[in-house]
Design a protein around this ligand. Structure first.
Ligand code: ARG
Length: 431
């Protein structure tokens, strides 16, 4: 009896060939097409799956789920992989795995399959997420297993009546969802090469973008974006609009060499206008809403969160525990941020929050100053006490290693910095 299997189906060449390949290995294939905002025709994808031998085809519009449960917590965390990549692809994988597992349970399937190669991070994310949610399910990765070259795969497709889409000629490997577009391979494999224009689909070249700036005003509630330019918006609408505005101004292009989990460095291009705008805006709001200590500690959590997500550990206890911390930090991260977009540049030009820790009465040099300048003297006296003590006892500016504190050309001034031998000794009182 054939085994029921749920295949994450994209409609592309790899997963279409995979249906035949799996059927040849006695799997009954249920195709699952998931919409994370790639703007493709899901009905066409479904009929393609059935035409190629899937016994059933399912679709899920998971855009809202994706933003609320995967993207928003990551935005609140402020997590960017290696400081730059907003993790669009990495965030989509655990959700796709979850939806595959759900369908497998409903339909009594004993296996799931995906179309990832054996060289990337995506296979890790699918396999590990599935294992976390359903350790009993078998995970099959046809592309990783079949060992066909691109040419052999196209030949196999022709033999089995799989039409080879024109996009197969595309020199790039891309992955798209609402949070960003990831592009790799082709000429991009040379990290010295500037990305050619055909790499980009969402963003205008900054030099061709309008000479007139646009401003956006984003409203957050507890670290979650809820409004744009005075209008309350649902997540999908808000992100779509920011992708459009950012794209028009050439904002959101990222060109980086990143460290893959499987040990190789890889040159990646990302287009992520909404992700870049929202991450920048959120950080600006936190600059007034969070205490210094929380903000600095949170940056460490963000780096950990990014690594966990990138490395396929979204469904881990640590990520869940960090989420509780992050959620707690967002209590007062409500307010508005104003940003200016111009020819590829994004600037924060305003931020305000009802619970802002930025206090004009403390910051001002004008009238209404509530800062006690007199108290600064005593504070500084104690702040500098350890250095004065060390200077007195060990001679901070003395010979030997300590000399390195002074730039070489200042050493000749050292005599002047030292008190004359007969100067009366001053001592700090205790404490
Ligand atoms: N390097 C990115 C990541 O690992 C993007 C991967 C894109 N995937 C793809 N099939 N093109 O998250």
């Amino acid at each position: 009896m054939s085994k029921k299997l749920v295949l994450a189906y994209s409609g592309g060449l790899d997963t279409s060939v995979a249906i035949h390949w799996l059927a040849e290995r006695d799997y009954e294939v249920l195709a699952l097409a998931i919409d994370l905002g790639e703007a493709k025709d899901l009905d066409a994808v479904m009929s393609r799956a059935l035409k190629h031998g899937a016994t059933q085809a399912f679709t899920v519009d998971a855009r809202d789920l994706f933003l609320r449960h995967f993207v928003w917590p990551t935005l609140q965390a402020g997590a960017l992989y290696e400081g730059r990549y907003p993790l669009a692809t990495a965030l989509g994988r655990p959700l796709i795995a979850k939806l595959m597992v759900d369908l497998a349970r409903e339909e009594g399937a004993t296996a799931v399959a995906h179309g990832c190669t054996g060289k990337g991070n995506d296979q890790v994310r699918f396999d590990v997420a599935t294992g976390a949610l359903a350790p009993d399910l078998e995970v099959v990765a046809p592309v990783r297993e079949w060992g066909m070259t691109r040419e052999e795969e196209i030949e196999y497709a022709r033999q089995h009546g799989v039409e080879v889409p024109a996009t197969v000629e595309s020199p790039y490997s891309t992955d798209v969802n609402l949070w960003g577009r990831s592009i790799e391979a082709g000429v991009l494999e040379d990290p010295w090469q500037e990305p050619p224009a055909d790499v980009f689909a969402w963003t205008a070249a900054p030099e061709g973008a309008p000479a007139k700036a646009s401003y956006v005003e984003i409203k957050f509630e507890r670290g979650i974006p809820v409004g744009l330019d005075g209008e309350e918006l649902e997540p999908v609408e808000l992100v779509s609009r920011l992708n459009a505005i950012g794209g028009e101004h050439g904002v959101g292009r990222i060109d980086m060499v990143e460290n893959r989990l499987v040990g190789i460095k890889s040159r990646e291009i990302y287009e992520a206008p909404a992700a870049v705008i929202l991450t920048t805006a959120h950080e600006a709001l936190e600059s007034v809403a969070l205490s210094k200590d929380v903000a600095r500690f949170k940056a460490k959590v963000a780096a950990e969160w990014a690594d966990l997500t990138y490395n396929g550990l979204w469904f881990s206890a640590l990520r869940q525990d960090l989420a509780a911390f992050v959620a707690s930090t967002q209590e007062h991260v409500s307010g508005e941020v104003r940003l200016k977009l111009l020819r590829g540049a994004l600037q924060v030009v305003g931020r305000k929050a009802p619970d802002s820790l930025y206090r004009l009465e403390l910051a001002t040099y004008g009238s209404g100053d509530a800062f006690d300048q007199g108290a600064a003297k005593g504070f500084i006296h104690l702040w500098g006490l350890p250095l004065r003590t060390q200077a007195r006892v060990q001679g901070l500016l003395g010979d030997g290693a300590q000399n390195s504190l002074l730039p070489p050309d200042m050493k000749r001034l050292r005599a002047a910095a030292e008190p004359p031998a007969d100067a009366p000794e001053t001592t700090d009182s205790i404490g």
